[in-house]
Design a protein around this ligand. Structure first.
Ligand SMILES: NC(=O)c1ccc[n+]([C@@H]2O[C@H](COP(=O)([O-])OP(=O)(O)OC[C@H]3O[C@@H](n4cnc5c(N)ncnc54)[C@H](O)[C@@H]3O)[C@@H](O)[C@H]2O)c1
Length: 298
């Protein structure tokens, strides 16, 4: 029987939650009994969003703090606010992302432009996960959902660096299955196809002559409701860990399975080593976690 996490009384941190996908997930979590703390760069929209949630609930169910997810200081302040306002963190939806300058190959050779895509879409997810892991370990467990994309599996030159950044989110998410056994924290990723938002309009963007613009305009769309349902599934279904869940047109939600290994690697010696390593790694990470909690004062 599937074990379900009830959202009643849970606390969720959501990055990039001022509008669109993040906001819709926040609204659904609140409707299922959770409190949410939103971090975003868009302060006016973020404040308006939580005001809307609090007025409609008739009590304080949401808080907002200006957050640049690329900075550890901001990530720490975001999770600290959730603890201060609502007593701790059970859920993190690391959803902030950009599509600007995704059509990168012949753009100027500018460090800032290319670093920014990977700093926000990939490295910030690593940073947010690390902070979330400590808060949730302290709480006795939790669940992190990262926003990847179908571009974490499928590629096009028009979104090359965006695809690279989202492949990174897939790799990070799948690497962290072990932490459920270390401290009860699951980590999953949602992988939507095109959703009608500002970000989708910005992706590619190689100018008027870019054939990708017509390609995208003529492509099907994933409904935002499908993305919301996929995220909630990854949160609530306790059997989902290190899972990459596609949110596709036609209301389709299904996992994208990873490659387990390769026969050239997984010989008999390797197969004997894997379970032994898994046991040793859990012990190793429990010790590392205790050190990290003490070092960070969380
Ligand atoms: N729209 C699509 O077609 C689509 C498809 C697949 C995946 N995604 C992913 O979904 C997520 C949400 O995107 P969306 O479509 O709702 O677009 P969106 O632009 O409305 O949402 C992204 C949010 O992230 C915030 N953000 C950007 N940089 C930030 C930073 N440094 N610190 C904090 N917040 C920051 C933005 O202000 C915005 O509120 C993104 O990660 C995106 O890559 C979108």
């Amino acid at each position: 029987m599937t074990q379900t996490l009830s959202l009643e009384g849970k606390v969720a941190v959501i990055t990039g939650g001022a509008r669109n996908i993040g906001k819709r997930v926040a609204a659904e979590m609140i409707s299922r009994g959770a409190k949410v703390v939103i971090g975003d760069l868009l302060d006016a929209e973020g404040e308006a969003t939580i005001n809307e949630f609090n007025v409609s609930a008739g009590s304080k169910v949401a808080a907002y703090i200006h957050t640049d997810v690329t900075k550890y200081s901001d990530n720490k302040a975001l999770f600290a606010l959730a603890q201060e306002e609502f007593g701790g963190v059970d859920i993190a939806f690391l959803n902030a992302g950009i599509g600007t300058n995704a059509n990168a190959m012949f753009l100027p050779l500018d460090d800032k432009v290319d670093n920014r895509m990977c700093d926000i879409n990939t490295t910030a997810v690593v940073k947010g996960s690390k902070v979330a892991m400590l808060y949730m370990a302290k709480r006795g467990g939790g669940v992190i959902v990262n926003t990847a994309s179908v571009a974490g599996f499928l590629c096009s030159p028009a979104v090359g660096i965006y695809a690279a950044s989202k492949h990174g989110v897939i790799g990070w998410t799948r690497s962290n299955a072990i932490f459920e056994h270390v401290c009860g924290v699951r980590m999953n990723a949602v992988c939507p196809y095109w959703v009608e938002t500002e970000l989708a309009g910005d992706l590619g963007n190689g100018g008027d002559q870019d054939p990708f613009a017509k390609f995208v305009a003529d492509s099907s769309r994933t409904k935002v409701e499908t993305v919301v349902e996929a995220v909630l599934t990854l949160v609530e279904d306790k059997s989902r860990n290190a899972q990459t869940l596609l949110a596709l047109p036609g209301d389709v939600i299904r996992p994208q399975e990873p490659i387990a290994t390769y026969p050239e690697i997984a010989d008999a010696k390797y197969q004997a080593m894997v379970p032994k390593y898994a046991q040793e790694a859990i012990v190793f990470y429990k010790k590392k976690l205790a050190d990290a909690l003490e070092r960070e004062g969380i």
